[in-house]
Structure formats: C-alpha cells, structure tokens
Write a protein that binds this ligand. Structure first.
Ligand code: SF4
Length: 326
C-alpha cells in the first residue's frame, strides 16, 4: 500500500458576500467547497472531476493554502497545512506546485520565459549562482520538450501548447513531490491536448510526482488517473479506482458524466445512450437541502430532498454519496 502524501478531511471554503455602502456587512456566503474529504498516496494520480463552478479549483487552491480554508483539515506528508508558519508554508510551496489552466494568464507577459521559469528558484533561494540558475532553466526547458534557445523569448511568441509547457517547467523548477494540475489542457487545441497529457505522464514516471488532476469531464482524466473523485456543488459524490470506474460509476451524476465520454468504437458510440440531465445546477450561494443533486436527479425521492447522503464505502475504497446505496 502506498504511503499517504495528502489527506484532506471535511474541507470547507466559504466566501462571504458583503453589502455595498459604508456599513458593509455580510449578506450571504458562497459555499464553494463544503465538506470535501480525499486522500492521495505518494506517486498516485487522483482525477477531480465536475462541472464548472462545483468547487474543484477552489479545493486545489485551498490544499496549497492559496485560498484560506474556512474549516477542515489538510495534512501534507503528516504536517497540518493550516498550522504552518510563513517559513514552513514557503517550504510547502517548494514541495507542492500548481499548473494553471490558462498559461497565458499565469505567465507574466513582461518576463522572458527563462526568467519566469527561474523565478521560483530565486524565491526559494535555490541555485544562488546566476549561471547555475541558467543551466537549471535550460534543463527544465529540455525536460518539457522546448529548446533552451527559447530562454530569452516572451510568452506571446509561443503557441498555447508551448506556453503550457513553460507553465509546467515553472511548476517543476523547485522539484516538487506534488502538483495540482488545474485543467491544464482545457484551453488547448484538441490536437495538442494529447501531447501535453503524455508529457505530464512521462514527467510523473521520471520524477515520481503525485498529481491532483482537475478536469471538467471524465474523458480528460480517465487514462491518467489511478482514482477518480467526482464532485458536485461543493461535495464529493463518488470516488472510484480504475477497475471500479471500468465496471461503471454508481452515483447518478457520475453516471451522466460517464455517458458523455466518447467511445472509440464507432458502432458502440452510435448505439449507446447518453444521460441528459434536466434542470439547472443549483447555486452554491443557496444550495438545496438534502442531496444537492436532487433537483436534477432522475431517481430522486422525497427522502433525497430532506436528508443529505453521506459518502459510503461500497468496498475496496469505492465511495458513493447516494441514498440508493444505503
Ligand atoms: Fe439522486 Fe437521491 Fe441519490 Fe441524490 S441521494 S443522487 S437525489 S437518488
């Protein structure tokens, strides 16, 4: 059994909404993440999947304490992230990095890509000698399949796929153990997506990385992930490993996501049934009582609108939050 690197328990991130005017007061709370529990073993890849706005990116940011959790616990390699001092937090940021969805927005347009990649080395006081830093930057560029000669170029001189490679090189500069990949292929052309996925897979094999891979559809994560966690409106709906995933997801929301994954066999693809959900996604400002999915679930009963289902283990770590499996 692999050693647990990250253990998240009952994580909540609520953002207060304030009234305007001189006497600002809190009028509502966006419950972006509301009770997420998840653990990731060293060297493992967990895919975190869900619709836009379900709280998956906020979960990734809160794990790295790039947003402050409202409640809950995040333990990284045995250390409680919420209790870390500034200095200890800096050490965590060396070991845990993030790759962002939009590489154009995450790179400073006024900095050469060499400077962007070497910036974390300066922040963490690694390679204090300038020439060593340049060598390290060249190595990182080569590692992500770019020529070291591009070091002095600027982000606008690259394609989307190349910019994402630069973002990956920057994330890997400090030799992290753990990387949150926040929809790293979503902004790329379909033709480039597979190349970036293959690069992330190769880097994981070579460097022994642990990934939390965030995506809005299952097709993006199913090949890369050892386990998949499906998230809906701030909560985990299902967690399944590869074999459980292949045997079929159980939660009605996860089932509907799975039915949208393209099948390579054209005959099967033509004949399979897609589950189309009706109804709007409820707002995290005012989530419905009971099961948060009950407003769209084809199997919802009265109990579902009153009683919140808890995440239950169906065996072998396959967890589902649905009254159908009580
Ligand atoms: Fe559907 Fe009820 Fe299960 Fe929620 S608990 S997913 S509403 S059947």
């Amino acid at each position: 059994m692999t050693e647990t690197l990250l253990d998240v328990r009952d994580l909540r991130v609520h953002f207060p909404i304030y009234s305007t005017g001189i006497r600002r007061k809190e009028v509502a709370r966006v419950q972006a993440v509301d009770g997420v529990s998840l653990s990731i073993g060293a060297g493992e890849t967990v895919g975190l999947v869900g619709e836009s706005g379900c709280g998956k990116t906020t979960t990734g940011l809160a794990i790295l304490r790039l947003v402050e959790p409202t409640d809950g616990s995040v333990s990284f390699d045995g250390d409680e992230v919420g209790n870390l001092s500034k200095g200890e937090l800096r050490k965590l940021r060396k070991r845990a990095a993030m790759i962002f969805q939009d590489p154009f927005a995450s790179l400073d347009p006024r900095m050469s890509i060499g400077d962007s990649i070497s910036e974390p080395l300066l922040i963490h006081k690694l390679f204090p000698d300038r020439n060593d830093r340049i060598d390290r930057t060249c190595q990182l560029l080569e590692k992500v399949g770019l020529s070291p000669n591009y070091r002095d170029r600027f982000p606008h001189e690259f394609s989307g796929g190349q910019r994402q490679r630069v973002g990956i090189a920057r994330a890997l500069a400090t030799e992290p153990d753990f990387v949150v990949c926040d929809e790293p292929i979503a902004a790329l052309d379909v033709s480039i997506q597979a190349q970036v996925m293959n690069l992330l897979e190769d880097l994981q094999d070579e460097l022994g990385l642990t990934y939390l891979f965030i995506a809005h559809d299952l097709s993006a994560v199913q090949h890369l992930s050892d386990r998949v966690a499906v998230m809906y409106l701030g909560r985990i709906a299902e967690v399944a490993d590869r074999s459980q995933f292949s045997a079929g997801l159980k939660h009605p929301y996860a089932e509907s996501l799975l039915s949208a994954v393209p099948i390579p066999d054209p005959h099967l693809e033509r004949t399979r049934e897609r589950i189309l959900l009706e109804g709007d996604v409820a707002s995290p400002l005012d989530p419905p009582p009971g099961c948060r999915f009950h407003t769209r679930c084809p199997y919802a009963t009265e109990r579902c609108s009153n009683e919140e289902p808890s995440l239950r283990d169906l065996g072998g770590g396959h967890q589902v939050a649905c009254h159908l499996y009580d």
